[in-house]
Design a protein around this ligand. Sequence first.
Ligand code: GLN
Length: 317
Amino acid sequence: MAAPNARVRRALDTVLAEARPHTEGAVADYIPQLALADPDGLGVALVGVKGRTYEAGDSRREFTIQSVSKPFVYALALEARGVAELSAHVGVEPSGEAFNEASFDGGRPMNPMINAGAIVVASLIEGSTAEQKAQTILDGLGAFAGRTLAVDDAVFRSELATGDRNRELAGLAHGALGSSEDVATEAYFRQCAASVTAFDIAVMAATLANFGRNPLTGQQVVGPPVARWVMSVMASCGMYDGSGEWLARVGLPAKSGVAGGIVALDPGRFGIGTFAPRLDARGNSIRGLVMLESLSREYGLHLFSHENSLRRGPIRP
Ligand code: GLN
């Protein structure tokens, strides 16, 4: 039998080959700078909670994190303020609607994985100006990734110039915001423009999967209760209006972004990052979905699968 690391590497090569023929879908163009992305970029990385790393394809190609940032910034806000305080500002119910819908429960956005909720979360991050909040966010995302991250200024400016829908959502959310609408949206736009690779987001996911401790640097970025909470919200809300089908089909907490990134993770085992810019109608990367579905199916990764229950074993008295 091959050593486990050779098997994982082969698995990543295999799913990359499976995903490559999928040239349907289109790169996001509602943020003009994103329309310039190379649609054929394709990469995958897997990082185990003990620090083993595996990658294939364009796993070190930079793209903007976009909504993949949402669970991690939510985790930072929870760590700083606690679940009770956050819950007064943003819910944890799936919206069943698109990521940029005005999905509210009273004055609170339905959850932190949609834009309205993520803008509220950004407003609750420490700092009185957008720059200060964005720096706190960038430092925190960097702790999850295990390296210093930078904002892609061209993408940030492009979204700042065209982000009226998000400003509108901030206006609707104003009762739940912890800052002015302008500060909240600008901090959020900078957050979304953080430049990462598939490898980076795999490390970030592995940090959550490792209950908040970065498996490469050893830094405890957030505590285990926060990690548990965030992974749960990713499971129920991470794939927007595709979340229910995603959980049934793939069975892993996940989060997608419109620049083509997706993270998925198995608590206590590993994080995966995929990168492929062509999106489906919901704004999820098509090749990313193909790769993650295939890995889940072939290797019994689904949290509710028989294979997974055998790995965990029966309850012991
Ligand atoms: N910055 C993007 C926006 O707010 C993020 C959306 C996404 O990745 N789904 O529209």
